[in-house]
Ligand binder design. Structure first.
Ligand code: ADP
Length: 592
C-alpha cells in the first residue's frame, strides 16, 4: 500500500502511461495509414490490370456470349495476374469466372446488383471491398466496363483477397506491440533507476524534516546536486538553523523567566480561560501548603480552597479587566495579601488569568505598630504637657503670689518636666538603636563591673525600700558588648526589679555559663507579672498596670530598649515570672 502511494511508483506509472498512450496513437494511425495505402496500391494495380484485360477481350465474344472462349481467357489471365477474373454481360449475367467452371456459371446469380459491377456497367470504374460469401474471405473487387466504341457491352471484374493486407497489418501490429512492450520495459527499469536517484535526496529531506519535527534541530541535509532539490535542501537547512537559534533563545528566555518565577517572593498563579491552574510558583506552594504538580490542570477552587481568590479570577476571566484587592487568609495562618489579577489576551480573546499575590502581613503589622506608636507617644506626651500647661496657667493667674502653694505647684511642674525628659530620652535611645547608622562599639567588658555600677547608681531607690541586693556575677567574667549599652541593660532591669519589688525584698543578679554566650539573670521578689501579659511585656509602651508604672516614673519603653540592645548583640531576652512571687528577667550576650 505504501509502495502504491509512493512518489516513485506514481512517476513510473505516469511514464508507463505516457508510453502506452503514445504507442496506442502510433499503432492506430499506422494501421489506418498502412491499410489505406495497401488497399490503394492494390486497387491501382487491379484497375490497370483490368484496363489491360478489357482491351484484350473481343467485343464479339461478349456479344455472342462465347463462354468457352471467355473461360479460357479468364483462366489464362487469372493464372498470370494472380487474381480472380469475372466477366459479366451487360445484364449482369456472369459469362466467365476464373474460379468457376462453365456448368457452375449457369447456376450463378446475376451480379447486376453488385455495386462495383453496377458502376462498371454505367461506364465508370467500380471498386468495392467486402466479404465474399462464396469464398468466405475479405475481397477487393475492381470492375471496369467493356466497351465497343462508346457502348457498354459488359464488365470485367478482378478480385483479390485482402488476406495479404491483413497479414501485413498483423505483422505491423505485432512489431508495434512488441516495440511498445520493449519500450515499456525499458521505461520501467530506466525510469525506476532515474526516478529513484532523483527521489533519494527528497527521501533524505523527509527523514531530516521528520527529525526536525521531533525536536532534533542539529540535523542537516547534505546537498548532492545543484538543482531545485538541492536548493530546497539548502532552504531546509537554513530553516532548521533559524529554528535551532530561536529555540535556544526561547530556552534561555524560558530559563530566565522560570528563575524569576521560582525565586519571586510574590505568589504567582496562571490559569487558563476555564480557570484551571496552568502554573504556580514555589511562593504559592508555601502560602497554601500545596505541591505544584498536584494542582496543575485542576480547577482553581478545587486545588486552592479560597473563595475570594477564585471569585477574583472568575471576574477577571469574565470581564477581561485587571482587579487589585486586599484579601485575608485565615488558614493555614492568618495573613493579609495584596492580590493583583490581570487577564491574559490572545488577540482579542481572553485566554487566561495571571494572579500575583503579595504577602503584606508584615507591612500591615508595621503600619499598625507605627500607628500605635504615634498614638502611644502622643498619649504619653499629652498628660505631662497638659499638667505643666495647667499649673503654669494657674501660677500666672495669681498662684505665683500664693506663698503657701506656689512651690508645690512648681514641684509638680518639675516632676512632669522630668517625666517628659525621661520619655524623650527613652524615645531617642530607641530611635538611635533602630537607626541604620547605629553601630555598637563591641569591646571586652567586665560583666560584674557594669552590674555593680548600675546597682550603685540605683542605691537611693533600693535603700529606700530596704531591699537586699546581691550581685553574684563572677568577678572576672568578660562579655563582648558596648559598655554604654551594657550599663543601660543592667540599669533598666535593676530599676524595674526595684520599682516592682516589695519593701524588704531581694534583688539578685547571677549568671549561667552557656557555650559561647552567657545568660545573665536579674531576679526579684516583687509583684510578678500575670501570665497573660508575659508574651507582650517587651513591646513598646506595654505595661501591666499603666497608672502604677506612670506613678513610678516609668515610660513603658525600658524593656523594649533592653530587647533592642541585646538583639543588636546577637543575644536573646526572656522572662519567667509568677504573679505575687517575683520575676526573673534574663538576657544572653556573647562571651569575650
Ligand atoms: P516601665 O517604664 O513601665 O517600667 P518597662 O518597659 O521597663 O516600662 O516595663 C514594662 C512593664 O513591665 C512595666 O510597666 C511593668 O508592668 C512590667 N515589669 C517590668 N519589670 C517588672 C518586674 N521586675 N516585675 C514586675 N513587673 C515588671
Amino acid at each position: 500500500m505504501k509502495i502504491i502511494r509512493s512518489l516513485t511508483f506514481k512517476l513510473v506509472l505516469s511514464c508507463l502511461f505516457i508510453i502506452l498512450i503514445s504507442f496506442g496513437f502510433v499503432a492506430v494511425f499506422l494501421e489506418r495509414n498502412l491499410e489505406e495505402n495497401m488497399q490503394e496500391e492494390i486497387k491501382t494495380l487491379l484497375v490497370s490490370q483490368a484496363g489491360l484485360l478489357a482491351n484484350q477481350l473481343l467485343p464479339r465474344s461478349l456479344l455472342h456470349e462465347d463462354v468457352r472462349r471467355l473461360e479460357d481467357f479468364v483462366v489464362q489471365q487469372s493464372a498470370q495476374a494472380g487474381c480472380r477474373i469475372t466477366v459479366v454481360s451487360k445484364q449482369g449475367k456472369v459469362l466467365a469466372d476464373s474460379e468457376k467452371r462453365v456448368k457452375q456459371i449457369a447456376e450463378m446469380e446475376s451480379h447486376f446488383d453488385r455495386p462495383e459491377i453496377r458502376s462498371a456497367l454505367s461506364g465508370a470504374i467500380g471498386v468495392e471491398a467486402r466479404y465474399s460469401l462464396t469464398l468466405k474471405k475479405n475481397m477487393l473487387y475492381v470492375a471496369v466496363p467493356l466497351k465497343d466504341q462508346e457502348q457498354v457491352l459488359g464488365a470485367v471484374r478482378l478480385a483479390v483477397p485482402l488476406t495479404q493486407v491483413e497479414r501485413n497489418l498483423n505483422i505491423t501490429r505485432k512489431t508495434v506491440v512488441s516495440g511498445g512492450l520493449i519500450a515499456l520495459g525499458l521505461v520501467f527499469f530506466l525510469g525506476l533507476y532515474f526516478i529513484t536517484r532523483t527521489i533519494r535526496p527528497i527521501n533524505h529531506m523527509i527523514q531530516v524534516s521528520r527529525r526536525l519535527s521531533e525536536g532534533d534541530f542539529s540535523c542537516r541535509v547534505i546537498p548532492v546536486s545543484h538543482d531545485e532539490i538541492s536548493e530546497l535542501a539548502l532552504t531546509l537547512n537554513t530553516m532548521a538553523h533559524h529554528i535551532e537559534d530561536k529555540i535556544k533563545e526561547l530556552n534561555t528566555r524560558n530559563q530566565q523567566l522560570a528563575a524569576i518565577f521560582n525565586s519571586m517572593g510574590e505568589g504567582v498563579v496562571v490559569t487558563d480561560k476555564a480557570g484551571r491552574i496552568l502554573a504556580i510558583n514555589p511562593a504559592i506552594e508555601r502560602i497554601f501548603g500545596i505541591a505544584g504538580r498536584d494542582v496543575a490542570g485542576r480547577p482553581f477552587l478545587e486545588a486552592i480552597r479560597n473563595n475570594e481568590i477564585a471569585e477574583i479570577i472568575g471576574a477577571v476571566l469574565r470581564e477581561g479587566e485587571s482587579v487589585s484587592r486586599e484579601i485575608c487568609l485565615v488558614l493555614p495562618v492568618r495573613k493579609t495579601f495584596q492580590m493583583n489579577a490581570a487577564p491574559i489576551f490572545e488577540g482579542e480573546v481572553i485566554n487566561g488569568c495571571l494572579a500575583v499575590i503579595h504577602d503584606i502581613t508584615e507591612i500591615k503589622r508595621l503600619e499598625t505598630m507605627r500607628r500605635d506608636f504615634v498614638a502611644n507617644v502622643s498619649h504619653e506626651l499629652k498628660t505631662p504637657l497638659t499638667t505643666i500647661k495647667g499649673f503654669v496657667e494657674t501660677l500666672l493667674g495669681g498662684a505665683l503670689e500664693d506663698r503657701k502653694n506656689n512651690r508645690a505647684f512648681l514641684k509638680i511642674i518639675q516632676s512632669h518636666a522630668e517625666r517628659l525628659h525621661t520619655l524623650v530620652n527613652d524615645l531617642l535611645s530607641l530611635a538611635h538603636l533602630e537607626s541604620k547608622e547605629f553601630a555598637s562599639r563591641l569591646e571586652r567588658n567586665n560583666l560584674r563591673y557594669w552590674a555593680d555600677t548600675a546597682l550603685a547608681d540605683a542605691r537611693p531607690q533600693w535603700q529606700k525600700k530596704s531591699l537586699t541586693v546581691k550581685n553574684e556575677l563572677p568577678p572576672e567574667f568578660f562579655v563582648l558588648a558596648d559598655k554604654d549599652n551594657l550599663y543601660q541593660v543592667f540599669s533598666n532591669l535593676i530599676e524595674n526589679a526595684i520599682k516592682f519589688n516589695r519593701d524588704n525584698g531581694t534583688v539578685i543578679i547571677f549568671c549561667q555559663d552557656l557555650t559561647s554566650q552567657v545568660k545573665v539573670c536579674v531576679e526579684d521578689t516583687g509583684i510578678g507579672i500575670p501570665e497573660k501579659d508575659l508574651p507582650r511585656i517587651f513591646e513598646r509602651f506595654y505595661r501591666v498596670d499603666k497608672a502604677r508604672s506612670r506613678q513610678l516614673g516609668g515610660t513603658g519603653l525600658g524593656l523594649s530598649i533592653v530587647k533592642h540592645i541585646v538583639e543588636k548583640h546577637q543575644g536573646r531576652v526572656g522572662v519567667e515570672s509568677t504573679e505575687d512571687f517575683g520575676s526573673r528577667f534574663w538576657f544572653t550576650l556573647p562571651k569575650a
